[in-house]
Write a protein that binds this ligand. Structure first.
Ligand SMILES: NC(=O)c1ccc[n+]([C@@H]2O[C@H](COP(=O)([O-])OP(=O)(O)OC[C@H]3O[C@@H](n4cnc5c(N)ncnc54)[C@H](OP(=O)(O)O)[C@@H]3O)[C@@H](O)[C@H]2O)c1
Length: 276
């Protein structure tokens, strides 16, 4: 079985650098899909209250024979609950059926609501009480990070942002890393769209790998944590095997040159995320 490298977060907690995301996995299928992912070898699952499938993730963790400490679980605070993070955390913890959540994130900053600093202060308390082993943010742009760091105490362990070859967010990555915040790539395959690029297809051909493996090996090679999603067991295994591929400096540069600053998802600065 392929060995997935671990990263040390800024509080020394260890996180598998390649994980498994469950956005848009239907709640009724989630237990089975996550059981398949765990059987394939994933030890890091990324969910969110807003995905509606935390219970399925929890059921899979309970059903697998793995010790709890061997599965790293991330979930996220819903946008409408920035003012009540403590209660939202308890709801997520119950849905997941775990005592401790490994990583708890603010899902989106929602700057128009002006509540993310308040949410973070509640999360600092959750962290201090041992409810979460690490706390972090998601979709935080440089100015959101600056506000948070100026007004609160605990530096986020992670910033989970949209990041794939055609959307690399160099400014956000640099600002995060400058503060010791690990960069976690969501939609790491560009939701599949980056897999047909000529650069990726050619690298895959030369390496005898698949396009998804090249993209994920690139993430690992440049230091990103990545959480691809698939509902197909074969693709789960294919994606995990990327951990066994080490790209050369030239290959990493070839993928780096694909950045076209083309975002797929919503812009954290402007969108109002009442639905999340
Ligand atoms: N924090 C946030 O705001 C946020 C936002 C979006 C996503 N996320 C997290 O990031 C995770 C991944 O992002 P994502 O689901 O948006 O996009 P993604 O992982 O980049 O791409 C998923 C898509 O690629 C397909 N795919 C997966 N492996 C493949 C392979 N080897 N070959 C060809 N196609 C493949 C999947 O199809 P099949 O399922 O049919 O295989 C699915 O359509 C989510 O599940 C979630 O946990 C977080």
């Amino acid at each position: 079985m392929v060995v997935v490298p671990a990263r040390r977060l800024n509080n020394d907690v260890s996180i598998p650098q390649l994980g498994f995301g469950v956005f848009q996995v239907p709640p009724e299928r989630t237990q089975q899909v996550v059981e398949e992912a765990l059987a394939a070898g994933y030890r890091h699952i990324d969910t969110a209250a807003a995905y509606g499938n935390e219970a399925g993730v929890g059921a899979a963790i309970a059903a697998c024979a793995l010790p709890r400490e061997e599965v790293f679980v991330t979930t996220k605070l819903r946008n409408g609950e920035h003012g009540d993070a403590a209660q939202a955390f308890e709801v997520s913890r119950r849905a997941l059926g775990v005592d401790v959540i490994d990583l708890y994130l603010i899902h989106w900053p929602v700057p128009s609501a002006g509540l993310f600093v308040q949410a973070w202060r509640a999360m600092e308390k959750i962290y201090a009480a041992g409810g979460a082993r690490a706390i972090g943010v998601s979709n935080f742009m440089a100015d959101h990070l600056d506000t948070l760091l100026a007004e609160t105490t605990v530096v986020p362990a992670v910033n989970q942002v949209e990041l794939h070859p055609t959307f690399q967010q160099p400014a956000v990555c640099a600002r995060s890393r400058a503060h010791g915040i690990a960069v976690e790539a969501y939609s790491p395959l560009g939701r599949g769209a980056d897999l047909t690029s000529a650069t990726v297809v050619e690298l895959a051909r030369k390496r005898g790998a698949t396009p998804a493996q090249i993209v994920l090996a690139w993430h690992l090679g440049v230091g990103n944590i990545a959480i691809p999603k698939s509902t197909h067991a074969e693709r789960m295994r294919e994606n995990l095997a990327a951990a066994g591929i080490s790209l050369s400096a030239e290959e990493l540069d070839a993928v780096r040159s694909m950045d076209s600053a083309a975002r797929i998802g919503p812009d954290p600065a402007t969108a109002a995320f009442t639905q999340m």
